[in-house]
Ligand binder design. Structure first.
Ligand SMILES: Cc1cc2nc3c(=O)[nH]c(=O)nc-3n(C[C@H](O)[C@H](O)[C@H](O)COP(=O)(O)OP(=O)(O)OC[C@H]3O[C@@H](n4cnc5c(N)ncnc54)[C@H](O)[C@@H]3O)c2cc1C
Length: 346
């Protein structure tokens, strides 16, 4: 779905959702369904959050209604649903400061592109604006975008290539398993024991993947205009191998940073915003949080739990805006039928 990004205006919105990942998108749908004038702001050029930026080609098995769904396909539906009730997307904008304007009774939200005005805020910023951790080895920077990659957009591009993957967590192991059936050769290099899910590690040992671990690291990458070789070494023995490679996938994790949001007066614990799980309120009036960014005792960082939190946050935003409003919207079938009847000319 083509998404037209909007820019800051002086219009006052009922709610502004920071983060257009799966949770922010669902919050946008639900807020629109509840009749709120809604805006979504995301620093990335595409909606979809981690699913589109980190693992578009991986299957998700634990969202209700889909026995198995590719992350990018889930996002396609989430974007369609998220924008179906009128939410306005503002992309490539990073939320920076939030100021309550007492004379007006709403907030001014400043981004790197301009100012937005909103009566409530729902923070669905995930792990914050995230950056893949960079590998520090000679040649890496030179070949970034020319064989060295930190994010996988399309598995097809690795067909018949020699692919080297670095890392030992879920991403690295999952990418090795996904790439192996179509690549000419797949090699996984890791400096320690694998930290990935036990079942994935078992599969890895049976897959056509050459493993170099523990104590193996990338020493250097070489090529002309495009990556041609990855030199790896065993840090204990000094043993060295030069592997042919047209692609090096670096999957050694992400550095996540809530950045400017930490200066908003919210309670932050381990890079997450502490909320009251009964309301998803953050303690700042009219400011709620949901999804990976929100924490409370017993929290699960999953899409399914995040979207449920989004419903709670939106319903409480509705009552914050109008204390006489119903907290519980009731069933979507009835709400949407009523919206459709109201929109149909008599
Ligand atoms: C490899 C991998 C596999 C996974 N598999 C599963 C799975 O099988 N099932 C499952 O349920 N979960 C899975 N997860 C977790 C799941 O992806 C997260 O729980 C989910 O993405 C959280 O959604 P969210 O909308 O809260 O945050 P995110 O998806 O992180 O989206 C947050 C958005 O906020 C934006 N943002 C952040 N800060 C700002 C700012 N200041 N201004 C503007 N925008 C901002 C970011 O750009 C991002 O787009 C997996 C995660 C990974 C990494």
């Amino acid at each position: 779905m083509d998404v037209i990004s909007h820019s800051a205006t002086h219009d006052v919105f009922d709610t502004t959702i920071i983060g257009g990942g799966p949770v922010g998108l669902f919050a946008a749908f639900y807020a629109g369904m509840r009749g709120l004038k809604t805006k979504i702001i995301d620093s990335l050029p595409e909606l979809g959050g981690q699913l589109i930026a980190v693992y578009p080609e991986k299957y998700i098995y634990d969202v209700a209604g889909f026995p198995k769904v590719l992350a990018k396909d889930y996002v396609r539906g989430a974007v369609e649903q998220g924008l179906s009730t009128g939410a306005v997307p503002c992309l490539e904008e990073t939320a920076q400061s939030l100021t309550w304007l007492p004379d007006h009774g709403y907030y001014r939200l400043t981004t790197d592109k301009g100012e937005h005005y909103t009566r409530t805020v729902i923070i669905c910023a995930g792990i914050g604006s995230f950056e893949p951790k960079r590998l520090d080895a000679p040649g890496i920077r030179t070949f970034e975008g020319r064989g060295v990659t930190y994010l996988v957009r399309s598995l097809e591009s690795f067909r018949d290539q020699d692919v080297v993957i670095v890392g030992g967590g879920d991403s690295a192991v999952d990418w090795a398993l996904a790439v192996a059936p179509l690549a000419r050769s797949t090699t996984l290099v890791h400096r320690s024991k694998f930290r990935a899910h036990e079942r994935s590690v078992q599969q890895l040992h049976q897959a056509p993947v050459t493993l170099y671990y523990p104590f193996w690291e990338v020493k250097e990458v070489r090529g002309n205009t495009w990556l041609e070789h990855v030199v790896i070494h065993q840090t204990r023995t000094g043993e060295e191998r030069t592997l042919p490679a047209q692609t090096l996938i670096v999957a050694i994790g992400f550095a996540a940073d809530l950045g400017p949001l930490t200066a908003w007066g919210l309670t932050i614990e381990r890079n997450s915003i502490v909320v009251d799980p009964r309301t998803m309120s953050t303690g700042l009036p009219g400011v709620f949080a949901a999804g990976d960014v929100a924490t409370y005792p017993g929290k699960f960082k999953l899409i399914a739990t995040g979207v449920a939190e989004a419903i709670t946050a939106v319903n409480h935003a509705v009552v914050f805006l109008d204390p006489a409003a119903r907290l519980d919207a009731g069933h979507s079938t009835a709400v949407m039928d009523k919206r459709e009847r109201a929109a149909t000319p008599h």
